[in-house]
Design a protein around this ligand. Structure first.
Ligand code: TZP
Ligand code: MG
Length: 211
């Protein structure tokens, strides 16, 4: 049984993190309570992802936060990451699982109830569901599902779900009440003046919502 905590899932964006840097942002977020850090860099090739991922892995080693690599199974393996996350337009979850083996965490993005229901818990460990709200961080995103959609998709999938898209600390209560196990964020942490404080305020909102 894999153990992971989806509570506050930071997706790194190299553009938004340019000032602070991805490693410093990840470290600050982890010290503010982020439980999972995803390395997502659509422009980087595998070699560059591996370089950044290894630096992240070393930096996060003492923090307890897990490192998940977006899209690139080869990089995830070379980094010895805790997991891999794939979308519907990336490699098929079944192929990803074959490549990474049984012990690595595998996440899959789903944007509809049908896709959520189709997740095989023998293959996929968690679902990323969204976008909850429209967001400029991912300009090509699918139509927003809203909080109602979080309830529908989280209810349809047989694995724990983390919600993403336009989320801030103010949404913690609604998102968790709808059945997601956590919030995934980019701009609520990346590129803010104080990523540790930004993460801490979301962590606090999650703690209050669960109390
Ligand atoms: N997938 C769906 S929405 C999104 C991704 C990667 C971006 C979320 O960014 P933000 O800044 O938290 O709205
Ligand atoms: Mg992807």
């Amino acid at each position: 049984m894999k153990r992971f905590d989806l509570s506050l899932y930071l997706v790194l964006d190299p553009g938004l993190c340019a000032g602070t840097g991805m490693v410093n942002t990840a470290l600050a977020a982890a010290s503010g309570g982020a439980t999972i850090i995803q390395l997502r860099d659509k422009q980087a090739g595998t070699a560059s992802l591996i370089k950044t991922g290894r630096a992240l892995k070393a930096a996060l080693a003492e923090t307890g936060a897990l490192l998940i690599v977006n899209d690139d199974a080869e990089a995830a393996i070379a980094i010895d990451a805790d997991g891999l996350h794939v979308g519907q337009n990336d490699m098929a979850a079944r192929d990803a699982r074959k490549q990474i083996g049984s012990s690595m965490i595998l996440g899959l993005s789903v944007e509809t109830e049908d896709l959520a229901a189709a997740i095989d818990p023998a293959i996929v460990d968690y679902a990323g569901i969204g976008p909850v709200f429209a967001t400029s961080t991912k300009p090509d995103h699918k139509p927003p599902i809203g909080i109602d959609g979080v309830a529908r998709l989280a209810g349809a999938c047989r694995v724990p779900a983390v919600a993403i898209g336009g989320l801030t600390a103010t949404h913690a209560e609604d998102v968790l009440a709808a059945g997601a196990k956590g919030l995934a964020v980019v701009s609520a942490i990346c590129g803010t003046p104080d990523p540790r404080q930004a993460a801490a305020s979301i962590t606090d909102a999650i703690r209050k919502a669960r109390a």
